[in-house]
Design a protein around this ligand. Structure first.
Ligand SMILES: NC(=O)c1ccc[n+]([C@@H]2O[C@H](COP(=O)([O-])OP(=O)(O)OC[C@H]3O[C@@H](n4cnc5c(N)ncnc54)[C@H](O)[C@@H]3O)[C@@H](O)[C@H]2O)c1
Ligand SMILES: [Fe+2]
Length: 435
């Protein structure tokens, strides 16, 4: 059950894995530590980034007061777009260039933290926008050197962006999500205060917790690092290096926490303690996928969110249609895990059990079904849309969804089973509805 054989050596495969540790401070009240950490990192003039809704909540004021009390010069930027785009990244970068900052502090969900990473990057090493964007969509150029220090304060129990070197955005011209990936984007410090989750709308708790659940499941079932072709030079080993013993630790605990706390955190009016536990799960899964990488549910999500027509969920800013990231991921997950189970059935069964599934009578041949059914039960219990049909897609959209997602090789190549273009279309078809 412990799956040691999963990391068995293979011809030409990597024989080692790297651990990129994140500097994290976790606990109620840590937002008020921001000023001291910022001063210790040498910041004097700070860009404080957030979005418009969060700017009106106490979390941003606590961080701002702490920075000012530490004697820092603070300029607020509250124009971050929820589910950012290349245009909104560039707007934040312009603010960063004009402000001539020596440090960055982000207070918000993944949209805010990712925007802050991008603003820091383009203000520190100006370049054409596509230069650092993942190939083949962008140039995939390495970030030339260290960035200015960035303290990330997550306010959703979701992305784990405070632990990762990833910044995700919607490339408007292609109507597809993609990202910038570099160890240099990883924030210098994460300040994770679980009490931030108390002000989250229910739908945002559900979407962000399903993002965590998929980070943990995808990292746990990713291609093992020992089956990925070894990098030409050790320093080029990707941080999406595949499943490894370090990422397994965070995935297992995150899945156990999600199994016990996810439904109460969303549905119970008194679910604050459960929300706090989800924040810890989000951090653990962030550490895990920041070292292992996600695979197909995330790869497929990029066109599910990029091609949105008119879906407007409660709890998110009104006006513009969006499929929130966690929803765009989880609607694909049951379909994907039914497909990937034969590659590592024991891991799929173990994951289902950690999420709370009853494994009595189940064998390896049932692994995909058992895990898919457990995810579906959690989707139903938390009111999440029923597959990609639930966010507005039908059979006629399968071709466009497939064409939009297939270039995400970084993610599909990290899946434990090969995924051809026809396979991908089949995965979308099986994700149209689940109940
Ligand atoms: N960089 C990474 O490693 C990574 C990983 C996963 C996802 N992402 C990206 O992160 C983005 C999604 O981030 P998210 O799910 O954290 O949500 P989000 O940042 O998009 O925020 C969702 C909504 O919740 C509100 N909100 C946030 N915190 C709140 C709080 N404490 N109280 C009340 N309202 C609050 C926001 O104002 C917004 O309206 C997507 O763009 C996704 O692609 C990045
Ligand atoms: Fe995610």
């Amino acid at each position: 059950m412990a799956c040691c054989h999963y990391f068995a050596p293979s011809d030409g495969g990597d024989t080692a894995f790297s651990v990129d540790a994140s500097a994290i401070t976790f606990g109620p009240g840590v937002l008020s530590e921001a000023g001291d950490h910022a001063a210790a990192l040498g910041m004097r003039r700070v860009a404080l980034m957030t979005d418009k809704s969060l700017a009106a909540l106490p979390h941003v004021a606590i961080v701002r007061d702490s920075l000012i009390a530490a004697g820092l010069d603070v300029v607020l930027y509250d124009e971050v777009q929820v589910e950012p785009t290349d245009e909104s990244f560039l707007a934040a970068a312009r603010f960063a260039v004009e402000g001539d900052f020596d440090g960055y502090v982000s207070v918000g969900g993944g949209s805010v933290i990712d925007t802050c990473k991008a603003a820091n990057l383009y203000a520190t090493y100006p370049a054409d926008f596509l230069t650092y964007v993942n190939a083949p969509i962008g140039g995939g150029q390495p970030v030339p050197g260290p960035l200015k220090p960035h303290i990330a304060c997550p306010t959703t129990c979701g992305t784990g962006s405070e632990c990762t070197g990833i910044a995700i955005f919607d490339l408007l011209a292609m109507r597809a999500k993609t990202g910038i990936v570099s160890r240099r984007l990883r924030p210098a410090q994460g300040l994770v205060d679980p009490t931030c989750t108390e002000t989250l709308p229910k739908n945002v708790v559900a979407a962000s917790a399903f993002d965590v659940l998929s980070h943990a499941l995808e990292s746990y079932t990713a291609l093992p690092h020992s089956k990925r072709a070894a990098a030409k030079r050790p320093s080029l080993r990707p941080h999406s290096q595949g499943a490894n013993p370090w990422s397994d630790l965070g995935c297992r605990e995150a899945l156990r926490l999600l199994g016990r706390n996810m439904v109460p955190a969303v549905v119970e009016t008194d679910g604050q303690a459960a929300r706090h536990q989800l924040m810890w799960a989000a951090t653990l899964a962030g550490i895990a996928f920041g070292n292992a990488g996600c695979h197909a549910p995330h790869g497929m999500s990029y066109s599910v969110s990029g091609l949105v027509r008119d879906f407007q969920p409660a709890g998110y800013p009104a006006g513009a249609p969006i499929v929130p990231h966690g929803m765009s991921v989880i609607v694909n997950a049951p379909s994907v895990f039914r497909y990937t189970a034969p590659a590592c059935a024991d891991r799929h069964l173990e994951a289902a059990s950690m999420l709370g599934a009853d494994l009595r009578g189940a064998g390896e041949a049932d692994a995909g079904e058992v895990l898919a059914n457990q995810i579906i039960a959690m989707m139903k219990a938390t009111g999440v849309p029923n597959g990609i049909g639930g966010v507005g897609y039908g059979e006629a959209d399968i071709e466009a969804l497939t064409d939009g997602a297939f270039p995400q090789r970084r993610l599909f190549d990290n899946a434990p089973r090969n995924i051809s273009k026809d396979d991908l279309a089949g995965l979308y078809r099986s994700a149209l509805s689940y109940w």
